[in-house]
Structure formats: structure tokens, C-alpha cells
Write a protein that binds this ligand. Structure first.
Ligand SMILES: Cc1cc2nc3c(=O)[nH]c(=O)nc-3n(C[C@H](O)[C@H](O)[C@H](O)COP(=O)(O)OP(=O)(O)OC[C@H]3O[C@@H](n4cnc5c(N)ncnc54)[C@H](O)[C@@H]3O)c2cc1C
Length: 398
């Protein structure tokens, strides 16, 4: 069987490629190629460039700024952006909170936030997990008590990615202790500059500062910042997490890494020959490539079917397989690099002015760092063990 793109889709790919090439700043591209992350300013700038072109949020409905593309074109767009080493867009904005706001938000919330969220003018963080409430999210204890036209929020969130450079947080809070745990949860939007919010860094295994602890001490949140009714936060969070999981498969990223892996294996020698000529190593690459292909087709099926409730468990499959492949490709890159995999810079978030020049060939840059940080990929968005439970219950009916 041969899979081919329609000529119109192929023309679309060329259009995206040309646009990205013409607009992406070479210094940002160069940093991305070496495995660094963009600064907040760089990321917001790129989101703005895409938004001006009408490509800011391909997954949103057209009326809110979406591009109206088919699932295939959305995939092509992602592939071209990743392939060109464009900065990642803030997926928490585009995949998590955006769809929640246009689905469950009030007209005022849509007016206030949607466009700025799409353009990266507001950066959001996710305040769900807490100490003792990660996999068992329903046991969260951050409390919001109504006081006139405000909620007073007290408690703590944990592992909050990007809280230190976010403008807003969407959070799950407990508004009722007297009902079943899931029914007492409410979805709130918090301005991170509100008095009483303290953000403390957690330094990850690769020395980067991405995750944080966030403390709330009598934080006053206007009632109009509630999304949906009181007690509906659990349902809203469910659709958000399914969307996050489906997108966390990051297939274009793994495809990009596979190409890089092949380049490394072509340059690195074992017993005087390019590693890529070693049949055992080739077999490892091929196994990964086949798994990725299978995942790609599953992803297309999910995207075509739309965000139905029944798709939530399928999103768990994508998340589980996608995160596993991202880790496996990083492991193979480290294996291919041999001793050069030890060459390691401390923090992919460091500002461009501090960029180090680690020893070893250029093709080794950033690999060790990615390998270490990707340990988290099978945990974030709900651990893979928990995804297996969801699949067992919802798909296999066990
Ligand atoms: C890098 C990183 C970024 C993150 N960013 C965010 C963020 O921005 N916002 C946010 O809200 N959260 C974030 N998280 C939190 C993440 O969602 C949680 O870490 C995750 O849900 C697991 O929860 P936990 O850490 O409390 O582990 P626990 O729930 O304590 O789990 C510990 C271990 O037990 C296993 N386990 C637990 N329950 C079961 C079960 N029922 N069956 C089988 N095994 C089980 C888990 O798989 C895991 O291996 C982030 C985490 C990381 C590592």
C-alpha cells in the first residue's frame, strides 16, 4: 500500500515551509537546533507572527481565530514548524485553556482572554496537582471560600510548569467539602500578580527551572473568574486533560528526533564504520520508526473524530505511546553518541547571552539534557500507569 498526499495538501506544505523559512529569525532557529528552549519573549513573538497570518491556533474554531484546516493539514503544519526548528508555541494556551474558554467560558471571559491567549500576550500555567493530589487529583485540598463577589483561596499547588513566568493560572479549587470529592471542585482563573501568591522554584534533574510550587495565602479572586458553575470543575478538567494528552503524543517532534538520530548514527563510528551500518543499531531505529508510523495513523483517526467524550481514553493511548517513543528516541541518541553524550550544558532555559559551547561535536548539543528531562514525559499530564488504568477501564472494560 502506498500513502500519498493530495497535491493540494502538498502545496499547503510548501506554503507553510516557505512562510516559516521567511519569517523565523536565524538566531532563534540556531538556538533551537542546539537544544535550547526559547525565552518567553521569543515564544510570544513567534505566536504573534503566526497569529497575524491567521495560523495562531489551528485547533480552535474559525470564529475564535482558528485556521479551519483539516486534521491532516494541522499535522502538516506542526511537522513543518518542528522540522524548521521554530520555537514551540505555548501549548498550555492553545491546547489546554483556550478550548476550555471557548467551550465553557462566559462571553466576557472569551472577550477578555481568547485573542490574547492565542497571540501569547498572556501566558497561562496549570494549577491542578498538589502534594498528595497528583494521580488522585480529586483529593485536592486548595480551598476557595466565597466572600461576597470574591473567592478567598488558600492552599498549595505543586509541579506548576512555568508559574514563574506566567501571567495567569487556571486552577482547580475545592469549594464544597460536603459532597463527593469530584463534585466539590471548581475551575478558577487567577491573575498571578494577585497579592498572596508565592511561587518557589523546583530545580529539575537537568538543572533547569521549569516547575514550581505555588502557595496561596488568602488570595482574593473575583467571582467572574470562575469558569462554569461551582462544582463543575472536575468535568471541565476532564476534557482539558484529554486534549492535553492527545497533543502530548508530539509525533512531529519524535519524527524530527529520528532524523537527528540517523544523522548522528551516520557520523559516529563504531569499529571504524558508521554506526548506521550496524545491523543491530539499524534494527532499533527501524523498530522506533514503525511504532511512530502506527502512532501517527492513530493520531489522525483521533483528530478526525473530534473531541468527543469517548475519545478521552484514546487520548490516553496516544499520550502513553507518544511519551514512551520520545523517551526511547532520546535513549538511542545518547547510545549513538557514546562518550559525547556526557557533554552537557546545565540549563536549556538559560538566556541566549549565556549560551555555553559544550565540548564535542555540534550534533551532540542538547541531547543529554533532553534525555534527562524526558524522564518526566511519562509522568506529566497523568502518569502512564494511570493512563493504563483508564484504558483498562474505558476501552478494555476490565
Ligand atoms: C516536569 C513536570 C511538570 C508538571 N507540570 C504540571 C503542571 O504544570 N500543572 C500541574 O497541575 N501538574 C503538573 N505536573 C504534575 C503531574 O501531573 C503529576 O506529577 C502526575 O499527575 C503524577 O502525580 P504525582 O507526582 O503526585 O505522583 P503520584 O500520584 O504520587 O504517583 C506516584 C507513582 O505511583 C503511581 N500511581 C499512582 N496512582 C496509581 C494507580 N492508581 N495505579 C497505578 N499506579 C499509580 C504513579 O504512576 C507514579 O509512578 C508536572 C509534573 C512534572 C514531573
Amino acid at each position: 500500500m502506498e500513502f500519498k498526499f493530495d497535491p493540494a495538501d502538498e502545496a499547503f506544505r510548501q506554503e507553510v515551509r516557505a512562510f516559516v523559512e521567511a519569517n523565523l529569525k536565524p538566531d532563534i532557529k540556531a538556538r533551537m537546533e542546539r537544544g535550547f528552549y526559547p525565552t518567553r519573549t521569543e515564544m510570544a513573538w513567534w505566536m504573534g507572527v503566526l497569529a497575524d497570518k491567521g495560523w495562531g491556533a489551528p485547533n480552535w474554531p474559525v470564529e475564535y481565530g482558528g485556521s479551519g484546516w483539516s486534521p491532516l493539514r494541522r499535522m502538516i503544519f506542526e511537522e513543518e514548524c518542528v522540522e524548521a526548528d521554530a520555537p514551540p508555541r505555548k501549548m498550555g494556551n492553545l491546547v489546554n485553556i483556550g478550548p476550555i474558554l471557548y467551550t465553557y467560558g462566559s462571553e466576557e471571559q472569551k472577550r477578555l482572554y481568547l485573542n490574547r491567549t492565542l497571540r501569547g500576550d498572556i501566558i497561562w500555567c496549570q494549577g491542578f496537582s498538589e502534594p498528595n493530589a497528583g494521580s488522585d487529583l480529586a483529593s485536592l485540598r486548595t480551598r476557595a471560600v466565597r466572600d461576597g463577589d470574591h473567592y478567598i483561596v488558600n492552599g498549595q499547588k505543586l509541579w506548576t510548569s512555568g508559574a514563574h513566568e506566567s501571567d495567569m493560572m487556571y486552577a482547580l479549587v475545592r469549594t464544597d467539602n460536603s459532597v463527593k470529592a469530584q463534585l466539590g471542585i471548581t475551575f478558577l482563573l487567577l491573575d498571578m500578580k494577585t497579592s498572596g501568591i508565592t511561587v518557589r522554584p523546583i530545580i529539575a534533574i537537568n538543572q533547569s527551572h521549569m516547575v514550581n510550587e505555588v502557595f496561596f495565602d488568602n488570595v482574593r479572586v473575583p467571582v467572574e473568574n470562575r469558569v462554569g458553575e461551582e462544582g463543575t470543575g472536575w468535568t471541565i478538567a476532564g476534557s482539558l486533560l484529554a486534549s492535553e494528552r492527545a497533543f502530548s503524543a508530539e509525533i512531529p517532534h519524535t519524527a524530527h528526533d529520528l532524523k537527528r538520530l540517523k544523522r548522528i548514527a551516520t557520523r559516529e563510528l563504531r569499529r571504524g564504520k558508521p554506526l548506521i551500518d550496524d545491523p543491530l543499531f539499524r534494527a532499533k531505529i527501524v523498530r522506533l520508526e514503525v511504532s511512530l508510523r502506527a502512532l501517527e495513523f492513530s493520531m489522525m483517526r483521533v483528530l478526525s473524530a473530534g473531541p468527543a467524550e469517548s475519545q478521552q481514553a484514546v487520548a490516553s493511548v496516544l499520550k502513553m505511546r507518544g511519551s514512551d517513543l520520545r523517551q526511547r528516541v532520546a535513549e538511542l541518541m545518547v547510545e549513538a553518541l557514546g562518550d559525547y553524550a556526557m557533554a552537557y550544558y546545565p540549563d536549556p532555559f538559560m538566556p541566549p547571552s549565556d549560551d555555553p559551547d559544550p565540548p564535542g561535536p555540534d550534533h551532540a548539543s542538547g541531547i543529554a539534557n533532553a534525555f534527562l528531562f524526558r524522564r518526566a514525559f511519562t509522568i506529566v499530564g497523568g502518569s502512564n500507569e494511570v493512563q493504563r488504568n483508564i484504558i483498562a477501564k474505558s476501552i478494555l472494560k476490565l
